[in-house]
Write a protein that binds this ligand. Structure first.
Ligand code: UDX
Length: 460
């Protein structure tokens, strides 16, 4: 039986306006909606989600003052810091209005707003929620292990880990966080690394004083990280993933997915295709792009490659960049699209490997479809995810060189796709896929954690 209050409760959720964050927040909203809650999404005008795909939700845009100046902000830390300043007043005004609209005044049954659920990186929302005496639950869209690494930045900084390093020093272990190497520690392409560390510190501290942390992960995958997190963060923690097994990511896509690649996959042999995508933000220089193209072609494995606008730095159109002879060489062997229905692609029987940047959504989607990975992380949490994929879960191998080089790419693709090592990874990832399926079923760890989350929300 549905708890009495649930039908009268409206949850307010607020995502960070990037694909890798919007998707899990809207999936979480869909999960909670399926449990009887009404949903309001407060979002920035910049990268606003496609509300027409969610007719049951209320979407409220707030002015962020960013859309007008976004093209002049090249530094991601500047962007995130501005976002956390510019949104305070419009977000607060919006929340105040919602709270006043839903408060009961004549004894008739009205909706209550038990709490706010916001992305960890929208750290300003903690102060706003506190000022309105509204509990805030935090959605951390990355892995637990990467969050622990962000939380360790102050200690690691004190120990000198973030000082400039030689190539050999980058290969040294981080003894406090095995099996990470120095090169796996979070970085961002910023002019002001100090501001990046401070921003991460604020995100972690504001999460620590929240009313609970929600993760898109599952216990069998991050058991030891979960135990450590529980010691460091004495607040309720809810591991209710994988979200995409409950609600697909497609409806939250900011770009149009080109479905023609599915018919192409239909013509390919089982587990023969390597799917290649670096998510929504990663970019590379032209030289690396050319190395990537030749590495793929020389591997002789069929591939499906997502080449989205902006993948190559400073070039919105990739067509002129194809190296001479490349398109002729891959004729029939390669399918190239601007954006793919990724979840469907990973679930397709023809796909046998995923060359990824290890954004957390991609990593989890790959694990849950039983697809081993070739890892090429770029920034932020991706290096930690990649290290766990290759060295802890052993469901992928990592391109260790900083620069992409066609020979290493060709060899690695063949290890993943045709050699025994790749087959072993495929077996391990198939078993993790099975565990992910069990955990969301009645009685599984994520199922139970979702029940706990609902109880927590109803207790506010
Ligand atoms: C960002 C950060 O880069 C990442 O490190 C962090 O963990 C989350 O935020 P992004 O780079 O976009 O995310 O990567 P990822 O987390 O993998 O999310 C990409 C999403 O886009 C996935 O859900 C994926 O299914 C979807 N996608 C990707 C498509 O639908 N089509 C594509 O062609 C590529």
């Amino acid at each position: 039986m549905e708890p009495k209050m649930r039908r009268g409760a409206r949850l307010v959720l607020s995502p960070l306006p990037f694909q890798g964050h919007i998707t899990p927040m809207l999936q979480l909203a869909s999960i909670l909606h399926s449990k009887g809650f009404s949903i309001t999404i407060i979002h920035t005008q910049f990268n606003s989600p496609n509300s027409s795909n969610y007719p049951d939700f209320t979407f409220i845009p707030i002015p962020d003052g960013l859309s007008e100046i976004i093209s002049s902000i090249s530094d991601p830390v500047t962007f995130l810091s501005l976002l956390n300043v510019n949104c305070v007043i419009p977000f607060r005004d919006c929340l105040v209005r919602l709270l006043s609209e839903t408060s009961s005044n004549d004894g008739t049954e009205t909706e209550t707003i038990p709490c706010l659920i916001s992305d960890a990186m929208m750290h300003f929302t903690q102060g706003v929620a506190d000022s309105l005496k509204l509990p805030r639950l935090v959605l951390r869209t990355g892995s637990i292990e990467s969050f622990l690494t962000f939380a360790a930045i102050p200690v690691l900084k004190q120990k000198g880990y973030f000082l400039p390093r030689s190539d050999s020093e980058l290969e040294m272990p981080v003894t406090e966080l095995p099996p990470l190497k120095v090169k796996d520690l979070p970085t961002l392409n910023t002019k002001d690394p100090e501001a990046f560390y401070q921003l991460q510190g604020t995100i972690v501290n504001q999460a620590k004083v929240s009313s609970g942390l929600i993760y898109n992960t599952f216990d069998d995958l991050e058991q030891s990280g979960l135990a450590t997190l529980g010691q460091q963060f004495p607040i309720p923690i809810f591991t209710i993933g994988p979200f995409h097994k409950l609600f697909s990511a497609s409806s939250s896509s900011l770009l149009t997915q080109d479905r023609s690649c599915i018919s192409w996959l239909d013509t390919q042999a089982p587990k023969s295709v390597i799917y290649v995508s670096f998510g929504s933000i990663v970019s590379m220089d032209e030289t690396e792009f050319v190395e990537m193209a030749w590495g793929l072609a020389n591997s002789k494995c069929p591939f499906l490659w997502v080449v989205r606008s902006g993948l190559v730095k400073g070039s919105e159109q990739v067509e002129p960049l194809w190296p001479d002879g490349f398109l002729e060489m891959i004729n029939g062997k390669g399918c190239i699209v601007k954006w793919a229905p990724q979840q469907e692609v990973l679930a397709h029987p023809a796909v046998g490997g995923f060359w990824t940047h290890n954004g957390w959504n991609s990593t989890l989607e790959s694990i849950c479809e039983g697809v081993p990975m070739l890892c090429r992380p770029s920034f932020g949490d991706q290096m930690v995810n990649a290290r766990y994929v290759s060295h802890v879960w052993k469901v992928g191998l990592r391109l260790e060189n900083c620069k992409l080089e066609r020979g290493e790419i060709e060899r690695s693709i063949r290890i993943l796709m045709v050699e025994k090592e790749g087959e072993e990874m495929r077996e391990i990832v198939a078993s993790l896929k099975g565990k992910a399926e069990v955990c969301i079923r009645n009685g599984g760890s994520s199922y139970q954690s979702l029940e706990d989350l609902i109880a927590r929300i109803l207790s506010f």
